[in-house]
Design a protein around this ligand. Structure first.
Ligand SMILES: [Zn+2]
Length: 288
């Protein structure tokens, strides 16, 4: 089967070092396998979106030599597919309505188990919808992080897949789109390692294939926090891509590359020597 990988940023800010690491890691893995590398814009959460950032991210990637093999898939255009998946989950009674108020959830009543909402039904408003988490271990073998195992009921409980406003959760959209794009291996940051068992359970319920997984170390700031777009930490400069690319390759544990004239040449050289076994499990401090 042809290798198909992807990079799936959210439009919540400019491309930063942490997302560049995920983009480069997924690109190297796909290129070394002789496969395809796809892009998906995870613009499923309008309240969190930063206007203009989707276009800025898509414009920046080619400057780093990262060019997708197929047109970009935008989650904002995939509503019908998520509706269909949700309808299927309802049909098999895998979901239940949650009437908890936002303030009730914030007050610490968030963990739901055994298909029971903690609040009484309120017919005057729309509910959120949760997926029933099974009391069983979901296991998978991560290509960098090694064997993983999680009891969904204990670790996650019944989790929200459709919010009160009708927006679908990251977990549902990601699973539906990974299958739609024919992704054979998901390469992404370690902050999503914990989401993977929930996604595997959704794949099983929806009759979708489970891809392989490779979770990259996270780039942290000086205080040990994840470099995230929302904090605007270290945006990378598309006008001067080589320094950030060298740092991303070093962060992924790859041997120093010779100094080549442009980003495509540097990445092409990195593919030939790319060794996933050198990727560290844990991230380190990235101080610019
Ligand atoms: Zn509830």
């Amino acid at each position: 089967m042809e290798y198909r990988g992807r990079f799936a940023p959210s439009p919540t800010g400019l491309l930063h070092f942490g997302s560049l690491v995920a983009a480069v890691g997924s690109w190297l893995r796909a290129r070394q396998a002789g496969g395809r590398w796809l892009l998906r814009m995870e613009d499923i959460d309008p309240p969190r979106e930063v206007p203009g950032s989707a276009a800025a991210i898509l414009a920046a990637l080619p400057a780093f030599g990262l060019v997708a093999d197929e047109p970009v898939l935008r989650q904002s255009e995939r509503r019908a597919a998520y509706d269909a998946a949700f309808a299927r989950l309802r049909a098999i009674d895998a979901v239940f309505p949650c009437w908890c108020s936002r303030s009730g959830l914030a007050a610490g009543a968030a963990l739901h188990r055994d298909g029971r909402c903690l609040a009484p039904p309120d017919p005057r408003r729309e509910p959120a919808w949760r997926l029933r988490a099974p009391d069983c271990d979901i296991a998978f073998d991560d290509a960098v992080q090694g064997p993983q195992r999680q009891n969904l009921r204990e670790a996650a409980g019944d989790f929200v897949i459709r919010r009160v406003e009708g927006l679908y959760s990251y977990q549902l959209a990601c699973v539906v789109d990974d299958a739609h794009q024919g992704i054979t291996e998901v390469v992404r940051g370690c902050d999503l390692l914990d989401s993977t068992p929930r996604q595997i359970w959704l794949q099983r319920l929806l009759g979708l294939p489970t891809p392989r997984y490779l979770h990259l170390p996270l780039a942290l700031d000086g205080a040990g926090r994840k470099l995230s777009k929302s904090t605007q930490a270290w945006p990378v400069d598309p006008a001067d891509p080589l320094p950030a690319l060298h740092r991303a390759l070093a962060f992924l544990g790859q041997p120093p590359a010779e100094h080549l004239a442009d980003a495509p040449a540097l990445l092409a050289a990195a593919v030939s020597r790319f060794d996933p076994a050198l990727i560290p499990e844990r991230g380190g401090c990235f101080a610019g």
